[in-house]
Ligand binder design. Sequence first.
Ligand SMILES: [Cu+2]
Length: 169
Amino acid sequence: MLRYCHIVNSNAVFTHQRLLFLIAIFVLGFPSVAKAEVLVQKIWVRSTPGVARSSAAYAVIVNTAAKPDRLMEVSSPDVAKVELHASKQEGAIMTMTPIETLSIPARGTVELKPGANHVMISGLTRPLRAGETLDLTFSFEFYGDVDVKAMVGPLAAMGYPGPAIVETP
Ligand SMILES: [Cu+2]
């Protein structure tokens, strides 16, 4: 009887350990199995008033990779000139300076938002009206190109106005 109990008990221990092992593989192993990627989320662009042909685009860039990346360039078939800009508040005046590239930390998030870093759009081929979309390509040093459709938000919007369609390559 004692012997029988011993066998049952060791089987139970074995099963329990195997279960823990499987859980460990799932919990610890999953992040390394999942494809590391750079996501461009909540991408939107401000609508243009009247005949204005410049605007700015904003997004949340998420890097799930274990190494840093860099946003090298943003381009669009509907825009003559797209630049990365940094904004700085100096007293009552907001100044903008072009920046060459934008570092995206490993497993980090970088937000492009009004009053801070943004994508400067000059020379639009068409006006942007709220509710439309604008095709943009975000080019990263390591991850490559990410094509997105930016949601055109109202002129007065100060944040992401709605869903953007993200097309990952
Ligand atoms: Cu700007």
